[in-house]
Design a protein around this ligand. Structure first.
Ligand code: SF4
Ligand code: SF4
Length: 458
């Protein structure tokens, strides 16, 4: 498959591929609004809860989704405030995990049983529709023509699919065996996207799946944002011309398949996430297997919560400011910290750049191959107008013209920006990252998308 645009910055401090087990804290803190799903508590304040029992339920199209207890303990209900969603605290009495759901064999469970088991195990929200980025309906009213299982991770400082595949290949293979039952037709395809077919884990996976012609190993260059569901679906549609716009494509990542395998084959509810912690502000960048609800303050060193550090939830490009008093949620896969001294470098943009990476090839780092050890929240120099370098256009994976959209929006010509496709922007943030004038293009496009949505609902 081919990727349009994209870019991979050369940044050190990426998490090592080892996956370490994080300790389970004495208290787990569970948000009742996560991953775009709003849950209503199913337990009363002060009652004991067993591992895997439903703490809360959320209504979804065609059914309801459970939020399983990631550990046994006593539950405390915390009402929401203006800025925070209601939460549940579990005072952990036992960290033991055990199967709580029915166990199935691949090929022996029908689609309805699989959907219901994944909803009861809290795993269904890990599956996303490529068109909307939302979870699919539970009643089978929309079924996928094909599935994409993404094993590539290019956004620095998010959990890496290859590391997860390497650590847990057997469980991922089991999870994959259940996927054909979710397809609309028997002859539908499951595309496994890897960076290189020569990777030993990809080769082993391909040998295991060789007998089933529905599985296809695809390669995609490791350039950000190769893992974005819209980008994956676009690449697949170009690759497979038999797909029509009406065909629904669902996207899963390595962690989703891992959780499906554990839920269906072992009866294990979703109770942990593999989370990468890294960035210039973290001394030991690594992957950790973390119990859902683990407070960030017990997972990360105190230094990342200091005023001189900016902590982001997610990766370098799409991360949003992390709330220090929040906890690990069921879709989290990375936390990223970088120095934030508030300083501004006077004329920083004229720095020769022998040790600084830029998407512009005119700096010395293009020759020296240096990585960007200077990554901070500091603005290098003052903001500048667009210099028409064309870099944003070159990297945009959706083939938009960000500099033209910016020009339209600068003079508030929203109709023209809409005609030029501003609502197709997937918010990958690459244009803002490469822009030598540091124009906040992504934010500008996100703001106008919100404005257009609000106008539509009036
Ligand atoms: S944020 Fe939008 S416009 Fe910018 S590169 Fe990504 S998709 Fe393109
Ligand atoms: S990258 Fe920035 S300076 Fe270059 S064309 Fe795009 S908006 Fe203009």
């Amino acid at each position: 498959m081919k990727l349009q645009g994209g870019y991979l910055p050369n940044i050190p401090g990426r998490p090592s591929s080892d996956i370490q087990d994080a300790a389970v804290p004495e208290r787990l803190d569970i948000a009742l609004r996560q991953g775009g799903v709003v849950y209503a508590p199913a337990v009363a304040d002060g009652t004991p809860v067993a591992f895997g029992a439903p703490l809360a339920w959320a209504d979804a199209t065609g059914g309801r989704i459970a939020l399983p207890a990631p550990a046994a303990g006593i539950v405390r209900l915390l009402p929401g405030t203006k800025s925070t969603a209601p939460r549940l605290l579990i005072e952990v009495s036992s960290t033991a995990v055990k199967p709580t759901g029915k166990r199935y064999k691949p090929g022996k469970a029908n689609a309805k049983q699989i959907r219901e088991a994944l909803a009861a195990g809290g795993v269904w929200p890990l599956i996303r529709k490529s068109k909307t980025g939302t979870m699919p309906p539970l009643d089978g009213s929309e079924l996928p023509t094909c599935l994409i299982v993404n094993l590539i991770s290019t956004e620095p400082f998010r959990a890496d699919g290859q590391s997860i595949l390497h650590a847990d290949r057997a469980r991922i293979e089991t999870g994959l065996m259940f996927l054909p039952s979710l397809l609309k037709a028997q002859d539908g395809r499951i595309h496994l996207v890897v960076e290189k077919v020569t990777d030993p884990d990809a080769q082993a996976l391909s040998l295991t799946l060789a007998k089933d012609s529905r599985f296809k190993l695809e390669t995609l260059p490791a350039r950000y944002p190769a893992e974005h569901p819209t980008v994956l679906a676009r690449a697949l549609r170009r690759h497979d011309r038999t797909l029509t716009p009406a065909d629904s494509i669902w996207v899963l990542d390595a962690q989703a398949v891992l959780a499906i395998g554990a839920c269906l084959a072992d009866g294990m509810p979703l109770h942990e996430r593999i989370v990468a912690t890294g960035g210039p502000g973290v001394a030991n960048p690594c992957h950790r297997r973390v119990r859902i609800g683990t407070p960030l303050r017990s997972l990360l060193p105190p230094s990342v919560f200091a005023d001189t550090t900016r902590l982001l939830k997610g990766g370098l490009f799409t991360g949003t400011p992390a709330v220090p008093d929040s906890a690990i949620e069921s879709l989290d896969d990375g936390f990223f910290a970088m120095p934030n001294t508030g300083e501004r470098e006077f004329l920083g943009f004229v720095h020769p750049g022998f040790d600084r990476v830029s998407a512009l090839p005119c700096f010395g780092s293009a020759l020296t191959g240096a990585d960007d050890r200077h990554l901070t929240a500091t603005l290098r120099g003052e903001r500048r107008p667009c210099v028409a370098c064309g870099l944003c256009e070159k990297v945009c994976p959706i083939e938009l013209l960000p500099q033209i959209l910016h020009r339209y929006l600068y003079r508030d010509a929203i109709d023209q920006a809409q005609a030029a496709g501003v609502d197709l922007c997937i918010g990958c943030g690459l244009c803002s990252y490469v822009c030598p004038s540091k124009i906040e293009l992504r934010q500008q496009f996100a703001d106008v998308q919100t404005r257009l949505r609000e106008e539509q609902t009036l």
